[in-house]
Design a protein around this ligand. Sequence first.
Ligand code: F6P
Length: 542
Amino acid sequence: MPSITDSRAWTDLQAHAAVMREVRTLNLFDADATRATRLSCDAAGLYLDYSKQRVDDTALQLLFALARQQDLQGWIERLFAGAHVNVTEDRAALHMALRADARDVFNDRGVNVVPQVHAVLERMAVFADSLRYGQWRGATGKPIGDIVNIGIGGSDFGPRMVCGALAPMIDGPRPHFVSNIDGSELHALLQRLNPETTLFVVASKTFTTQETLSNAMHARAWLVSSLGEEAVPRHFAAVSSHVERAGKFGIPAYNVFEFWDWVGGRYSLWSAVGLPIMVSLGPIRFAELMHGARVMDQHFRTASPEQNMPVLMGLLSVWNRNFLGCESQVLAPYSQRLALLTGWAQQLEMESNGKGVTRAGESLDVATTPVLWGSVGTNAQHAYFQMLHQGTAMHAVDFILPVVGDHPYHDMHRKLMANCFAQSSALLRGKTADEVRAELIEKGLSGDALEAAIPHRVFPGNRPSNTLLFPRIDPFHLGALLALYEHRTFVESVMWQINPFDQWGVELGKQLAHQILDPDHPVPVDPSTAELMRRSFMHRND
Ligand code: F6P
């Protein structure tokens, strides 16, 4: 297959990018009084301002042409129709079915999966309510006050992040999350918990993950040591697409909540993996979260590319990455409650699109996923924003801002918002040497001291950002926001011809870790690793 870089749409974009590299976005506002509102989009209660991106109408038209060339609409239809878009595993990617309305139809292999999705959701709701209302009790008759999710990657990030974002609404058992094979995480948590009132949820799609099974074994031993073996069924539940493996772990079938191979781990928070959300926040709020995502799904499927928020964000991401040379994608949520959003989005973006070959296995000669990173504003301003403003490389930033705070300190929320707008504005406009000179002269500087000071205070500006506004962090808008990023990732993958639903790149390390631990079959390793093993394994850990 010919490379995408030889295609008409790609070469047109390259040619136009050469022009746009010389353009100052700020001047585009002068030329078009409507730019700020025209380059915006509404969906599911979210407002996207992309007018600070370095695009003009030609760039946008060429990006839409690229989308047409790559058959984006066809791929969206195939995704929603349950086609096996995950070609290397011969699977559909039907996370939209997890949040579908009961009357919706999503087919996998010719079978509508929505009834089975809703059957599991109903079982989850019954279990969640029995925990929330104290009907489900621990082995000694006490109600459950703490729920511990044991899982990693997609079986951790989503529910952990949602419970953090909606923390003020938690009115059920307190949620906790353990993921790392570093036992200090589990150990520290168990010190604080009472086995009589704790329920563990072992969440693993495959139920083979080393971290999860190790944590679960130790949690089980901790429980059994104080309540006995017979307490396990009252204190353990499981979430998996391999229910029989959960059964072998000693978790009774009635406490095992299923999901399916057509749910990718990083797209799974809407499935039974969301059980801790449902337990701590209640089935109604979980339904609202799903509703927000569903409205975004419908928007993604039906809106024209020009008014389609995930399409616009995906295409802008490709533009920044492949044509303007942005080195990374920063997420800057201006909300303490979204502190865990970036961790979730990192797995979503980089496990999905961190690939070097096309769906057909051909080497790609274009850059794929940007490094996605970031943290909450305003804290981030006091860390790496220096680099975003004056560093030698350009990074794309997504500012994410709820316009109403969830606390009584309204003055602080106004300051938070002012900081968010100030940062995107500063990235856009920068500060010229003339502006700096005038400011410094005003302050009384002159001569050599003035000239020496100027270069350090100049901001190049012209650095691209999106701003996403939404009313508040409630389940509906959070659901919509998460689905937006899921679909944005898909749009990028279609442009790059990637299968975003497999993750073979995580396998080699897993395989080697098992081999390194196997005393009966020592594996030949490289000399560096051999020396590191010799120096560390000689310390007893038993
Ligand atoms: O890190 C690789 C990975 O396979 C992720 O894709 C997945 O979300 C995570 O491990 C956990 O897998 P599981 O849910 O099967 O335990």
